[in-house]
Ligand binder design. Structure first.
Ligand code: SF4
Length: 343
């Protein structure tokens, strides 16, 4: 178990929290900014390397804290270049992180929980059950401890877990990514993906400027319930009403993820349902091939049906893409992340 080590990490601390730490140690307040610079820009993993602090300051800090971060336990490479990492987590169940390199961009897909409690029937992570929330530090550690760290251009919160079920730590990690004292990224580089927990979606939209992706998978409440228990508490129709009250015509984008299941959600009726549901919303739809998992009866829609579905949405004026499948051979593709080893 790693929990006891977590409390003394500097990583994952906001500038305000670092100011409190340096104040307790009677350091000048500007040392908080120096520590943030070393952690989030210079990406050092040792307090001893924070050389703008005096030797005695580094020694005092090291007596109480470590810089923090987990090194990966495993790294697996797909034949298409996708990389999957296995990281330890404080709860004792390891988590997975995926890096998807492309021609002009390189995207990290981060986990926000070890497992998930949402129970979507098509998802391997759901079968792990829920083993714990990741702290902001554990989320940020994924960015810093992959070999490709300096090449990452974009981040998606689409790994293990439902990020809005761990909103506080997820928002804190996003603040570290986008603050001037943190990584300094534009919020346009970060997307949170959710199945649509209504109150947390509202809070996220109020508090963050990052992009939002909603996993729709079926525009009809009753049908969606067959695969997604979240429907019982928060129907997609309600979440859509909510997001329509926000403005997505500017910098912030909203998109909808739609896994294509043969015969279940890929008919003209479903396309018409989406067109009606997304009326008056500036958005895009990403169609995703389903990656089969054991003991689940549905198959992916054939390519021809996916193309036709795309055409129907496009003809109705909805920007629609078919997402390329990446990392299927190493179980890194959408819905396939799972690690049930105990550390
Ligand atoms: S699809 Fe997402 S929300 Fe649903 S069980 Fe899997 S990880 Fe959780």
């Amino acid at each position: 178990m790693y929990i006891c080590r977590m409390k003394n990490w500097l990583l994952g601390k906001s500038l305000e929290e670092l100011r409190e730490i340096v104040s307790q140690l009677s350091f000048p307040s500007y040392t908080a900014s120096q520590i943030a610079l070393w952690l989030y820009r210079k990406k050092v993993g040792e307090i001893s390397l924070m050389t703008s602090l005096s030797l005695s300051q580094r020694e005092e800090l090291s007596a109480r804290y470590i810089a923090g971060g987990f090194k990966p336990l495993e790294k697996i490479l797909s034949k298409d270049g996708t990389v999957k990492y296995l990281f330890p987590a404080g709860c004792g169940t390891p988590i997975e992180t995926v890096v998807i390199p492309d021609e002009e961009r390189s995207t990290i897909c981060v986990s926000s929980q070890a497992g998930c409690k949402m129970g979507c029937k098509f998802c391997m992570t759901a079968r792990m059950g829920f083993n714990g929330n990741l702290s902001a530090a554990e989320i940020i550690s994924q960015f810093l401890n992959i070999q490709e760290s300096d090449k990452i251009t974009n981040a998606v919160y689409m790994g293990m877990g439902e990020p809005l079920d761990n909103l506080e730590e997820v928002l804190k990690s996003m603040e570290i990514l986008t603050a001037d004292w943190g990584f300094g990224w534009s919020p346009k580089r970060v997307t949170l993906s959710t199945i649509g927990l209504y109150p947390a979606t509202k809070e996220f939209l109020e508090k963050s400027r990052c992009h939002l992706a909603i996993s729709m998978h079926n525009p009809f409440d009753q049908e969606r319930l067959e695969l997604m228990p979240v429907q019982k508490a928060w129907p997609i129709s309600q979440t859509l009403e909510l997001v329509k009250s926000y403005d997505f015509s500017g910098q912030r984008r909203i998109s909808f993820e739609y896994i294509m299941f043969d015969g279940w959600n890929d008919t003209k009726r479903h396309a018409d349902g989406i067109i009606r549901a997304l009326r008056r919303l500036e958005c895009r739809v990403n169609l995703i091939r389903f990656h089969e998992i054991p003991e689940f009866p549905l198959k992916t829609s054939p390519d021809g049906k996916i193309e036709l579905f795309k055409k129907r949405l496009t003809d109705a004026g909805i920007v629609t893409t078919i997402r390329a499948s990446r990392g299927e051979d190493i179980y890194a593709a959408c819905g396939m992340l799972s690690s049930n080893k105990k550390l």
